[in-house]
Write a protein that binds this ligand. Structure first.
Ligand code: ZN
Length: 226
């Protein structure tokens, strides 16, 4: 089976995304890119995460041509491919796309995720930008999302959800989870009518601190606790 390890991980993290409450039904999708092969392993379209086996995970190239697997790839395969084409050389080798509750709430309000808590630094930035709205699964959405993601490892899609990425699936998944938790905190601050946002300088200091945090050298997205 082509990209067997990656397909196992995509199936495993899909179940995790459901049990962790980051995905309902078939919403969201996950992929891992193998730059040597020029192929990505991506969740199949419209199949429940608990029904998805590694064999069901599609392997396709960045133009959407299926290289292995019998399922149709996720409707957002073009979105994933656009990020890999633009950012693989800068460490984007796995993507988690969610419609998680609070990140999506902010995306529906047209609000970027702000530095209300220093955990935003796990995405390597002090603000998660938001791109405009257009129909899901279109090349236009893929282009807009990549264009809006000028800094950091995540971007909100207006009236849609979140895209997070990292060097591997674990890091991409951690960033997606952290951004959902942060979006919830921000939403609560907004409901309470008061929000103190950390400055870029304060977040830059956290990024420096992360480099020596924990048992080993940490980089953005690798934070294990905070
Ligand atoms: Zn979506």
């Amino acid at each position: 089976m082509l990209m067997e390890e990656e397909r196992k991980l995509v199936a495993e993290y899909g179940r995790k995304m459901s049990t962790d409450g980051l995905a309902r039904g078939t919403a969201g999708n996950i992929s891992i890119y193998n730059p040597e092969l020029g192929l990505m392993a991506i969740s199949p379209s419209g199949l429940g995460y608990f029904d998805t086996t590694p064999e069901d995970v599609c392997v396709c190239d960045l133009d959407g041509k299926v290289a292995d697997g019998t399922r149709k790839p996720s409707s957002e395969h073009g979105l994933h491919a656009a990020f890999y084409k633009e950012k693989a050389a800068h460490g984007c080798l796995a993507i988690v796309h969610t419609h998680s509750d609070y990140a999506t709430t902010l995306a529906c309000m047209g609000e970027p995720i702000r530095a209300v808590h220093y955990v935003i630094a796990t995405a390597g930035t002090n603000e998660i930008p938001i791109c405009g709205y257009t129909t899901f699964g279109t090349p236009e959405l893929a282009e807009m999302a990549v264009k809006a993601c000028t800094h950091g490892n995540a971007v909100l899609l207006a009236n849609h959800g979140l895209v997070a990425f990292g060097k591997d699936l674990k890091k991409a998944y951690n960033i997606a989870g952290n951004m959902e938790s942060l979006a919830k905190t921000q939403w609560q601050c907004m409901c309470a009518g008061k929000m103190n946002v950390l400055t870029k300088e304060q977040i830059d200091a956290v990024l420096v601190r992360f480099q020596t945090y924990g048992q080993t050298t940490s980089k953005p997205g690798e934070l294990k606790g905070y």
